[in-house]
Write a protein that binds this ligand. Structure first.
Ligand code: PLP
Length: 380
């Protein structure tokens, strides 16, 4: 099973702390994939493994982050209401339908704790984003894994069939991390409405802003119909504020209260002020989305040219088949100074590559061509 992000962060901190043993620079002309000793002048690796958005934060959010430093001595209480008001306008729900978290990951953990409190099981796709299943598992919840289907999409029929008397919650990450696939809104809506009323459906829309399939959309409007539905959003992806930590849930007021009861903290004053500013920076948001979608298309075009299979991505990352053990591919890319996604069992030859800046995508594609094009030439 996948490692939790926390475990991975510590593992990657260890990796970063290790003396560097590789130094091949990212270069379209790199002749081979040999690992050579590092020099002190070696630049930091390109980080294409965490699904971050390197264009952020928006100019408006950056200005607010800098201007907020003198206010860091203040508790952020008044900011909570202001951000809730702004989100209430954006989402068209009253503020009592909104719960804030220090990242949506914190809310996922809260939901894991709440599921554990009731006992029973959680249904999740395999593979999916691990924060909720991993937290819930550690808190004593049984996880029922339902493999993704042939298109690497949630198998909603099988997930529905897995619902039983002990099921407390179902997690649907839409678009899914790491596969990038997304369920059409109409199908997901039908699935949610088919669930028993005491089963909580947690729909994680962290990447929804990057969807360009018109059939894919939010199910947040279903929150009003008294279902136990929790829709999660984050400022870490399109808004490019992963390091600042701000996310929120749209759900029923009683579930908002339950979340508040197990939450550790609120977002800090920087996060809440920057989030409000970012919501208003429409030019940045549109431009970022356009650039990421263009680069995603470019990556998929190159994968097509190289004959490498990939899942249809609606996120800021692409999941593709490297045709070699992923741990080997990771090392080959690291030798070219690029960090790519880790293993996501059971797809042990598949890599999740984050759509970085245009120049980072250039570097990754050059490295990918260097690895795969010779193999293709040999095959001809
Ligand atoms: C699907 C999904 N949901 C939630 C998160 C957590 O986001 P954050 O805690 O940064 O808001 C991530 C982070 O990568 C994610 O991939």
């Amino acid at each position: 099973m996948n490692l939790s992000r926390r475990a991975l962060l510590s593992a990657s901190a260890l990796l970063l702390a290790r003396p560097r043993t590789v130094a091949a620079q990212v270069s379209p002309a790199a002749p081979d994939i040999a690992i050579v000793p590092a020099t002190d002048a070696r630049p930091e690796p390109l980080i294409l493994c965490w699904n971050e958005n390197p264009y952020g934060p928006s100019p408006a959010a950056r200005a607010v982050l800098s201007a907020t430093a003198p206010l860091a001595c203040r508790y952020p209480q008044s900011e909570i209401g202001l951000l809730l008001e702004a989100l209430s306008k954006k989402e068209g729900v009253s503020v009592d339908h909104l719960a804030l978290g220090a990242g949506s990951g914190e809310i996922l953990s809260c939901l894991g704790a709440l599921v554990a409190r009731k006992g029973g099981s959680l249904i999740a796709a395999e593979p999916t984003f691990m924060e909720l299943p991993e937290y819930a598992r550690r808190a004593g919840v049984t996880i029922s894994w339902v493999p993704v289907n042939a298109q690497k999409r949630h198998d909603l029929k099988a997930m529905r069939a897995a619902v039983g008397p002990t099921t407390r919650a179902v997690y649907v990450c839409n678009p899914n991390n790491p596969t990038g696939t997304a369920e059409p809104r109409a199908i997901l809506r039908e699935f949610i409405l088919s669930l028993p009323p005491d089963v909580t459906c947690i729909v994680d829309e962290a990447y929804l802003d990057f969807a360009d399939d018109p059939a894919v959309g939010s199910v947040a409007d279903l929150v009003g119909n008294s279902r136990r539905l929790v829709v999660l959003r984050t400022f870490s992806k399109l808004h490019g504020m992963a390091g600042v930590r701000c996310g929120y849930a749209i759900t029923r007021p009683d579930i908002v209260n339950d979340i508040a009861g197990v939450r550790m903290s609120t977002p800090n004053i920087f996060a809440m002020r920057a989030a409000r500013a970012s919501l208003g920076d429409l030019e940045f948001l549109a431009d970022t989305r356009r650039r990421i979608l263009a680069s995603r298309r470019r990556i998929c075009g190159e994968l097509d040219a190289l004959g490498l299979a990939y899942a249809k991505s609606q996120g800021n990352f692409v999941f593709f088949d490297t045709h070699m053990p992923i741990v080997e591919f990771e090392q080959i890319m690291l030798a070219r100074n690029i960090r790519v996604g880790r293993p996501f069992p059971p797809f042990d030859t598949w890599c999740r590559i984050t759509v970085g800046r245009e120049s980072e995508v250039d570097a990754f594609l050059a490295a990918l061509r260097a690895v795969h094009a010779p193999a293709l030439r040999k095959a001809v």
